[in-house]
Design a binder for this molecule. Structure first.
Ligand code: DQA
Length: 148
């Protein structure tokens, strides 16, 4: 199984960026633990981070025919990007949305996600573990779907 993992804007700053909100793990730490969990499951990951909305849209489009699902932390684009949402709908791949922080317990503007309605599920508030939980949910969904 091949999956795309996408990290949105400012997530390259993890470790130094608001550690009281996002924790001390760097993006590299998160990617390493994802790689290790994926390898245990026989899953291959393509992992990309971009600060640019269009690059993320390109990645989602290019996943069609190459990946069976997408794990995404869209960062602030969660709350603004109809383009990311449209790209997800266009490719029709299963998507799990993850966030380190609990976006429902922060500023009001973070409570709305353009991605959530088109994602299988949204996992937030578990720090870097949100990614691992998200990976598990996505892999389970794909395996169950292809068995059923
Ligand atoms: C985030 C939450 C977003 O509101 C914020 O803009 C981010 C990170 C998270 O992982 O908690 O950049 O997606």
């Amino acid at each position: 199984m091949k999956l795309l993992v996408l990290h949105g804007p400012n997530l390259n700053m993890l470790g130094v960026r608001e550690p009281e909100v996002y924790g001390r793990d760097t993006l590299e730490d998160i990617n390493r633990s994802l790689e290790s969990a994926a390898a245990d499951q026989g899953v291959e990951l393509r992992i990309r981070q971009s600060n640019h909305e269009g690059v993320l849209v390109d990645e989602i489009q290019e996943a069609l025919g190459r990946a069976e699902g997408i794990l995404i932390n869209p960062g602030a684009y969660t709350h603004t990007s109809i383009a990311l949402r449209d790209a997800i709908v266009a490719v029709g791949l299963p998507v799990v949305e993850v966030h380190l922080s609990d976006i429902h317990a922060r500023e009001h503007f973070r409570r709305h996600s353009y991605i959530e309605p088109v994602a299988l599920t949204q996992i937030c508030g578990h720090g870097s573990r949100s990614y691992l939980l998200g990976l598990e949910a996505l892999v389970d969904h794909i395996r169950t779907g292809s068995e059923g």
